[in-house]
Structure formats: structure tokens, C-alpha cells
Design a protein. Structure first.
Lengths: 338, 224
């Protein structure tokens, strides 16, 4: 649905040129929630602004549904933008307009009859749960409520894409979760394609289908969230994940064998239904190997359960190897830790 | 001037009625034209200052210099310098009509700067959001910029109109008519202190009322 092709954006001129994006390629499918994660200054904000051309790329193309936005005329671009909703970190609501008028804003831009505006705004107020606040001004609302107004406004012209620019970064954890839930709900209900940028792994983990990691203006890693999350390749990705879970450093002694017996530390990753099955205990009962859990996480990615355990197998080397084979055969991902 | 003896019998109240009306007419007309010229000028200043196009930035620099020149010339000199232009525009250089062009040409650049400042206070994110929703430049100006900056624009207009009150009085020096002329001709040249005092008090009242209306409107538009 969205293809970014060789996207390059530089700021400044002459000696002071600073590159924000360099030759970036990205493809986003219809109906998915695609997350872009990166540190501040990595280029993620420029990236999302290039999708609706709030920032014009220095070179490269932005394709949405087979149309190259960079070649559209001014008025054609304005028309296309109406079908691309956007929400912002700081909400960007009109402070002089009520909640109702803010949501009606995009509808009135195209001179929709006031009767239809009313029907649509009321529907949206119900969707985001703000029926009681229609005549309030943004200053009278909490952060979470303001973002709900932002979401309702973004949905007013029935967009097919929703761009979320750090939409939860200014909110507390609880409010973040409720906004994420709302976004997931909208995504499912309207089959709306959502592109979000964030610096919080938690956001990606909660609602995204696929993720791209952006670093110094380029994508360093991308793929389904579970894959990237469970087997991060790039140091930046690992850094994001370990920050989120702040796991303790493993002690060398925990990995080495007690009493000189043969031992092997492995990282086992479970995904989906396998997470809650007794595969590990069945396997060790079969092979007679003992194990100690050294570290572990059981949680969910979006609604998919996953687990990641670091265990130390103890027993004969051949049996340990046999255990690993069986686990791998069961569809678990086993990685030996040296 | 004999300040000790105030002789209010010197005061011709009918003349004061006409003078007050003239002053208010000058104020109303010049305020209207100042708004009509100054608001677009301020918007153009604001928009062109943020443009990435080098040509538009040159336009900004030129406009900015013109505005600064008009603002730095003392009003009394501006009136004299504009005499030929005023004559061409309204066919006279005295009376209410003859005073309006210099009043507007002095006040519009001043107001334009205040407009520019007020627009700069508008959250850039809101402007960006409007662009993201497919608003045209005209829609951004009318539905976002002016609307969001309304309290600042009204405060700016109030300041401008109050400045116009003192300028109408100064224009009295060169035959503008109105309270300023009364104060100068009778009060200053003929030492009729009572006349001057009444004229000044009336002008203070006008300023007070204008300021009060302005403040009320600012509060009304600031409900957020």
C-alpha cells in the first residue's frame, strides 16, 4: 500500500548539510500496523512526515496505492492528504475550538453540509468515548482525552492510512495503553493501515504487526515483530529490547556447570500456543537431563504469547544434545550460549 | 498660560459636540482602513518570513524595510510628507477626510507588525496538522491562523486604535479638526486652559472606553 523508494532528506545547504534520511526503502502492507522505532535524531519523525509530504524528500518517491505523491499537483496532494489521517505527540488541536469543532474541522474544509457533519462528529465522539465532552475546549481535557480528540479528527474524513507521530510519548503508561487499545480497535474495525513511530519498544510490542528499526537515517532491521523481538540482529535493536526489560547481566558462574559435570546454557524461544505447552518438561523427562532456569520472560506480542527462557541443562553431553534436537523438532528456537 | 483661573464659560459645548463627532469619525474610518490594510500586510509578513523560497524571502525583506521606515518617521512629518498623496487620494488635505490617509499610512504598518507577532504565537503544530488534513493555504490562514491568534489580534488592534487617538490629536496641528484642533487652537494658542482641559479629558475617556472594549473582547476570545 505504501512504498518509500530511495527516500533521501537532507537539511541545510553547502557545508551545513545534515542528512536526515539516506536512500531509505520501506514497504507497508494494507491493513497492518507498522511500527518504526528509533532513538531521537534517528530520522523517524522526518520519515513519517515524508509519507504525507509535510516534509518534501530531497530525492526519492512516496507511493501510496500506486500513486507517486511527490509528483502530485498542490491541489491533488491536498485531496490525497484528506485520506491520510495523522495524530501527533502534542495533539495539535485548535485551542480556540471546542472538541466538536476540532473533530468537524476536516469535514468543514470540504464544505460538507452541517447536518452530515453533525452525524459524523457524533459517531466519532462515541467511537472515542468523548460524548460528554463535545463542548469543552482542549485546555479543559487530559492528555489522553486530547489524543482521543486527535484520533477522532484524524478519522473524520474516513482515511485509509493513519500516521501516528509519537502519539503516546506525552502520555502516562496507563493512558498510553488505552490509546493503543483504541488504535488497535480502529485498525481492526476499519481495516485501517497504521504507521506509527515511537521510541518505546513497549508500543511496538503491544500493537504492531511489523517493525522497522531506524538508525542514522536508514533502516537497520525490519520484519514481523516476534521475529525482530525474539532474535534481534542489530545492536540498536538489542539495546531497545534490553532497555525495555532491563534484564540482569548473567553471571558467568550461572552458565558454567556445577561440580565439573557437563552443562550447557541455551536460550529457548517459544512463540504462539507453544508458550503455554509443557514441551520443556516432557522433553527432559524423556532424556533424563536436568535443567535450571537462569532467566526468563513470558509475555505477549500484540495478542501472541511468547516466552524466552535461558536454562542450563545438566547431564551427559549426548543427552543434552538430544534434548536440544527434540526441542528444535517441536518447533522451538534454541540457541546455545557460549 | 494661567492655570490658576479656569473659566469654563469659554467652553463652547456645541463646538465640543462637533469636535468629538469628528474625532470619532476620524478614528472609526482610520481604524477600519488600518485593519483592512494592516491585517493582510501582517499575514503576508508572517507567511513570507517562513517561506523556503528565496524570492519570497526577498519580498519579505523589502516589505519589512518599508514597514520599518513608515514606523520610524515621526507622525507630524509623515502628515506633511504625504500632503500631495493625500490630496490625490481624497481631494483635500484638511478636515476629517484629509487626515485619514496619513493616519492609516502611519498605523497600518504598526498594526501589521502586531499582527505578525500575534500570528507567530500560534502553535506551529496546529498549522502543520491543518496542512496534514489537506487544508489549503487560504484555509490555514482563515481557519487556523486568524482564529487561533484572535485574542492577540484584538489586543493589537486596541493598541493601534489608542495610538490613533493620539495621532488624531497631533493632526490637529495641521487643521484636522476634532478634539485635537480644539485643544491646540483654543487651549494652546489662545491660552483658554479650560478648553484644552475638556478636550484632553474627552480624549482620555475615549481611550478608556476603547481599551475596555478591547480587553473585554480579548477575554471573550480567550475562553479556552
Amino acid at each position: 500500500m505504501i512504498q518509500l523508494e530511495n527516500l533521501t532528506k537532507t537539511y541545510g545547504k553547502g557545508k551545513n548539510v545534515t542528512p536526515a534520511l539516506s536512500e531509505l526503502n520501506l514497504s507497508i502492507e494494507r491493513g497492518e500496523i507498522f511500527g518504526v522505532i528509533g532513538h531521537s535524531g534517528a530520522g523517524k519523525s522526518t520519515l513519517i512526515r515524508c509519507i504525507n509530504l509535510l516534509e518534501r524528500p530531497t530525492s526519492g518517491r512516496v507511493w501510496i496505492d500506486g500513486v507517486d505523491l511527490t509528483r502530485l499537483s498542490k491541489s491533488a496532494l491536498q485531496a490525497r492528504r484528506r485520506k491520510i489521517g495523522m495524530i501527533f505527540q502534542h495533539f495539535n488541536l485548535l485551542s480556540s475550538a471546542t472538541v466538536y469543532d476540532n473533530i468537524a474541522f476536516p469535514l468543514r474544509l470540504v464544505k460538507i453540509p452541517e447536518k452530515n457533519v453533525r452525524a459524523k462528529v457524533e459517531e466519532l465522539l462515541a467511537l472515542v468515548g468523548l460524548e460528554a465532552h463535545a463542548s469543552k475546549y482542549p485546555a479543559q481535557l487530559s492528555g489522553g482525552q486530547k489524543q482521543r480528540v486527535g484520533i477522532a479528527r484524524a478519522l473524520a474524513s474516513d482515511p485509509d492510512v493513519l500516521l501516528c507521530d509519537e502519539a503516546t510519548s506525552a502520555l502516562d503508561p496507563q493512558t498510553t495503553d488505552s490509546i493503543l487499545k483504541l488504535l488497535l480497535d480502529i485498525n481492526r474495525r476499519f481495516n485501517l493501515t497504521i504507521v506509527l513511530i515511537t521510541h518505546e519498544m513497549h508500543v511496538i510490542q503491544s500493537i504492531c504487526d511489523r517493525v522497522a528499526v531506524i538508525h542514522q537515517g536508514g533502516i537497520v532491521e525490519k520484519g514481523p515483530v516476534a521475529e525482530v523481538f525474539l532474535k534481534p540482529q542489530h545492536p540498536v535493536t538489542r539495546d531497545f529490547i534490553s532497555r525495555e526489560y532491563s534484564q540482569a547481566e548473567l553471571l558467568d558462574t550461572a552458565l558454567s556447570a556445577p561440580h565439573g559435570a557437563s552443562a550447557l546454557a541455551v536460550k529457548i524461544s517459544f512463540l504462539g500456543d507453544k508458550t503455554y505447552q509443557s514441551i520443556l518438561s516432557q522433553t527432559v523427562r524423556q532424556t533424563g537431563v536436568d535443567f535450571a532456569i537462569i532467566q526468563g520472560t513470558i509475555s505477549t506480542l500484540k495478542n501472541v504469547p511468547y516466552g524466552q527462557l535461558i536454562v542450563r541443562f545438566e547431564g551427559e553431553e549426548a543427552l543434552i544434545r538430544r534434548t536440544i534436537e527434540i526441542l528444535t523438532g517441536e518447533g522451538l528456537d534454541v540457541e546455545v550460549i557460549e | 498660560m494661567d492655570v490658576g483661573a479656569l473659566d469654563f464659560t469659554q467652553v463652547d459645548w456645541t463646538e465640543f459636540g462637533t469636535a468629538t463627532k469628528d474625532t470619532l469619525a476620524m478614528l472609526g474610518a482610520s481604524a477600519l482602513f488600518t485593519l483592512i490594510l494592516g491585517l493582510p500586510l501582517g499575514i503576508i509578513l508572517f507567511m513570507s518570513a517562513r517561506s523556503t523560497s528565496p524570492i519570497i524571502r526577498v519580498v519579505y525583506s523589502i516589505l519589512s524595510v518599508i514597514v520599518n521606515i513608515l514606523r520610524s518617521v515621526p507622525f507630524i512629518i509623515l502628515i506633511v510628507a504625504l500632503l500631495p498623496l493625500t490630496d490625490k487620494l481624497v481631494g483635500t488635505t484638511i478636515g476629517v477626510k484629509g487626515t485619514i490617509p496619513p493616519l492609516v499610512i502611519a498605523a497600518a504598518p504598526f498594526f501589521a507588525r502586531l499582527v505578525e507577532t500575534a500570528l507567530r504565537e500560534v502553535d506551529r503544530g496546529v498549522i502543520e496538522a491543518a496542512h496534514a488534513m489537506g487544508a489549503s493555504v487560504w484555509q490555514v490562514i482563515t481557519r487556523v491562523l486568524i482564529r487561533e491568534a484572535m485574542p492577540g489580534l484584538i489586543a493589537g488592534l486596541t493598541v493601534t486604535v489608542v495610538a490613533l487617538v493620539s495621532n488624531t490629536a497631533m493632526a490637529g496641528m495641521v487643521g484636522a479638526g476634532g478634539l485635537g484642533t480644539l485643544a491646540i487652537n483654543y487651549g494652546y494658542y489662545r491660552y483658554e486652559t479650560a478648553v484644552m482641559l475638556v478636550a484632553v479629558v474627552l480624549m482620555v475617556i475615549i481611550v478608556q472606553v476603547l481599551q475596555m472594549i478591547g480587553d473585554r473582547l480579548v477575554i471573550y476570545f480567550s475562553r479556552r
